[in-house]
Design a protein. Sequence first.
Lengths: 190, 338
Amino acid sequence: MDAKPPAHDPLTRRQFLGNGARLLAMTGLGAAAGALASRASGAGWVWQIDPAKCLHCGNCATQCVLEQSAVKCVHAYAVCGYCQLCTGFFWPEPNQLTTAAENQVCPTAAIRRRYVEDPYYQYSIDETLCIGCAKCVEGCTRFGNGSLFLQVRHDRCLHCNECAIARTCPGEAFRRVPAGQPYLLKTTSR
Amino acid sequence: MKPEFELFDRREFLGVVTRAAALFGLAGGAKAVAGGQGTANPFAYDISRFQKTDPKLITYEETSRWPIPHKEARRLAMGPDGQLYVCAGNYINGLSRTGQGGLELALAGPAWCVAVAPDGAIFAGLRDHIEVYDSKGGRVARWESPDPKTWFSGLAAGRQDVFAADARKLVVLRYDRSGRIIGRIGRKDAERNVPGLIAPSPFLDVMIHRDGLLRVNNPGRHRVEAYTFDGDLEGAWGKAAASIEGFCGCCNPIGLAALGDGRIVTCEKGIPRVKIYSAEGEFESVVAGSESFPENAHVCNDLNDCVNGGLDAAADGAGRIYILDIVAGNVRVMKRKD
């Protein structure tokens, strides 16, 4: 008796492997396209801090998902008064106007003080040390011109869809800005 | 036979549950604080000890307070007629001691300072030039800008001279009454032993003292300096300190006034306060401490320099002191306590 032909032609081993490879390739392509699409939509806008709304609450140092916050103090030199007694650098009543640790506001000594000429000093931020705590920002804003302020640094920011700092920001200072202009910088009216 | 595991009795069970709940509660609280839902800021810039004034040092009390007619106030001056002159926005208003309106000058731009001469002439310091008005408000002259960067922030007017403090060029210009510049005061000059004015923000002030010398605040050096009309530095006093006898922050005092007996009234920002010193610079007492100006601490509300805060003061012949709160937009009338 003749054997009945099978209802469907069985796949050969070669065909099976070929189909598997095509499926894998398509899945990979789909995933890549999805990732690209997701990136493309995220790249249009990024998180930034509006310095005019920042309350210097300290949350930027504690709430970022990164171990060391992506928020850093930045310095608008055009706004700065180059003060000898900079209240962003020194406590309001320092023992001496020296860089000794007990005189400094910054908990990580992230501000560098450099003599320019009597009685002016330049202050710069070492971003590798800055934790974004805003202590210096409060001192500078309260007494001085407000040249020190916080910004999200986009070389560090992970661009979380829901920023962990923004969620707890009491001043609602976090907002989305165009990725092409990712910073809200201070200027001088002088 | 002793059981292998001792069972909890009810009391022990409840104790364990309570302790566990307490631990969870503590952990939750700490997270809430760290999460910004609490009020504790582990990085707080704490100046609270400087914001409370010893009541024994306060020798004045507020008798009235009234709003000024326009926003963006800058300076206050006392006129020879006993009227107060306030510059705010594009206006200068002559006001009675109770804040009742009189003369109003509408200017072409924001006024940063004002002074009234003994003959009643009114000098308005716009940012880069001075406008002169007669006592009835008629414009007499416009003195052109001495420098494109000029930022006038203080004025004083005498019988023959007008002094204009330029916070950008760090100089006090001496004008004659025709508007001609006849002297420059306060510029760094080693030969004349003048260290130079330092004004990180536009709060340089000048006044004519009864002793015939000028008084100029030097905020970056935390002191008040006395100059002759010709620009010789005759003396200086003041020290940097957040405590009450000094001038706080990076740059104070920001405003000056004089009482009839020659004592000097100073105004500060950051820790906003108004104090009295002897003519020689010895701290005497407090007119109003920082607890009187709760709105005046944070004044950085745009992306420009923080120059929108602070106080100014004027005094009348009866010893009353009038304090202009730039942020709140009002004037407080202060009388010495009996």
